[in-house]
Design a binder for this molecule. Structure first.
Ligand code: SAM
Length: 459
């Protein structure tokens, strides 16, 4: 596969024996000073077995996330717009020929209806997800561009969607330019596995069969001017240590060629899916403990990146991962097209966390995180290299915390249940007391505006 030197990764995994405690400490100190780790250092962390050192790795991951982004965790919801697919990904319910699910391509009106449903519950950020299919009469890119514009048009009371990210199959540069001009935020694409033989085996049919076309989608998106790109591997397809190191090698390529790493890294892990037997005899199943280690080690290796956790994971696992470096989470998700307004079981995989947005926000508050709906960086053009230059030294967190507190107050005023309101205002009160005088004054002025009815305020 392009950009991935499999032999080097295998060698690193084979030759990196358990490092001494002073070597591990030096690596953790380097990560805590917010420096990117080298592949060899990441391999040393992946090789750690003893419980005490694993605990230190996880604590360091939480420390690094807080040092870069503060205590905020951004919330979003996916909108699946289609599940008709040309590919045959062996693990996915949307695979061509799976008769266990109903197929649907949402109309623009239906996409607006889904958006309204989310806005009415307090959501402000959407990840639009699409299968890879021919839409009759128009190109996929035209359909996505129309859908993005439609989502931004919807309003519910004083609220609108602030940011639409998209997860879709590779496009060409012209098509990416079209998405960019219709206002997408991050373009997200998971390589699934960087192990070429496995990649070809689990994608036997359809355009997704070509791993180089997929990995090059990231380069094409950058070339088209989309400067926030998100990547990930689907944990469970191949050896998690190999895939973690390979993803970091992919990141080195991005940094070298574009001077920008991934805006986000997602950590999806395979879930059971309707009509799919693949998961029953998966040879590379990733245990809960291994999964937590992988997430923490990614955070330490790429301190500046946003890390995304979906509702594939169960509540207890998610609650724990919040503290291991995750900076964005989905809530109240449905993975079938139209799944918010009508109940149907044509989802891409089984959801493990079915809590409402209010319940997830309640849990975040209980754990002293600041639930955030901020999208200020994109409005202020803090994207790509500009974002990286603020994120890398940890300079973005003051803005993140302030914006998170503003958006939390907006949510509490408009949508929260009584219990969450009470806990949320208490959190805001406690945290604002800790701000310096200037920031506290700034926050108070924003809150006065919110009280007067203004929404979508940010610094
Ligand atoms: N067509 C787009 C593409 O080519 O990337 C979207 C693919 S899918 C709708 C979004 C992601 O869901 C996939 O990239 C894959 O990582 C993940 N996924 C697929 N099946 C899954 C399963 N059974 N459990 C968990 N995640 C799954």
């Amino acid at each position: 596969m392009k950009y991935i030197d499999e032999e080097r990764i295998k060698e690193l995994l084979k030759n990196t024996k358990q490092a001494s405690s002073s070597e591990i400490k030096a690596i953790l100190d380097k990560a805590k000073s917010l420096k990117r780790l080298k592949l060899k250092e990441t391999a040393a962390l992946l090789a750690v077995k003893d419980k005490k050192t694993i605990k230190n790795i996880r604590l360091a991951a939480g420390y690094v996330k807080d040092a870069i982004y503060g205590r905020r965790i951004v919330l979003f919801a996916p909108v699946y717009i289609s599940n008709v697919c040309l590919n045959k990904c062996l693990y996915c319910a949307f695979q061509a020929g799976n008769t266990a699910i109903k197929r649907k391509v949402l109309s623009i009106d239906e996409i607006k209806e889904q958006t309204r449903w989310l806005l009415e519950r307090g959501h402000k950020r959407i990840l639009m997800v699409a299968s890879e299919a021919g839409i009759s009469g128009k190109s996929n890119a035209d359909y996505y561009a129309e859908a993005i514009k439609a989502i931004y048009e919807v309003s519910a009371a004083r609220n609108r969607i602030k940011r639409v990210n998209i997860n879709c199959a590779p496009l060409n540069v012209e098509e990416f330019r079209l998405l960019k001009s219709s206002g997408i935020g991050t373009y997200q694409i998971f390589q699934e596995t960087y192990h070429e033989e496995t990649y070809r085996k689990v994608h036997p049919q359809g355009p997704k069969n070509d791993p180089d076309n997929r990995i090059d989608a990231v380069d094409r998106a950058f070339t088209a001017g989309i400067d926030d790109v998100g990547i990930g591997v689907l944990y469970g397809l191949y050896d998690y240590k190999f895939d973690t190191l390979a993803m970091l090698m992919h990141i080195e390529h991005m940094e070298e060629k574009f001077n920008v790493g991934p805006h986000t890294i997602s950590v999806p892990r395979i879930e059971p899916a309707l009509g799919i037997s693949f998961i029953e005899d998966m040879p590379y199943k990733v245990s809960d403990e291994e999964f937590k280690n992988a997430a923490a080690i990614i955070r330490l290796s790429v301190p500046y990146t946003g890390m995304i956790l979906s509702t594939r994971e169960a509540p207890a696992m998610r609650d724990e991962l919040f503290g291991l470096g995750i900076s964005q989470v989905s809530a109240e998700s449905r993975t079938s097209p139209g799944g918010y307004s009508s109940s149907n079981d044509s989802g891409q995989f089984m959801l493990s966390d079915e809590r409402t947005l209010d319940e997830v926000i309640g849990k975040l508050i209980e754990k002293k995180f600041i639930p955030s709906f901020c999208a200020a960086c994109y409005r202020k053009e803090r994207t790509g290299e500009t974002f990286m230059s603020l994120a890398k030294p940890g300079d973005i967190k003051d803005k993140c915390n302030l914006n998170a507190l503003i958006t939390l107050k907006e949510y509490l005023d408009d949508f929260a249940s009584g219990k969450v309101k009470k806990a949320g205002y208490k959190l805001i009160d406690g945290l604002s007391r800790k701000l310096d005088k200037k920031s506290r004054g700034q926050l108070e002025r924003f809150f006065e505006e919110v009280d007067k009815g203004a929404r979508d305020l940010y610094v």
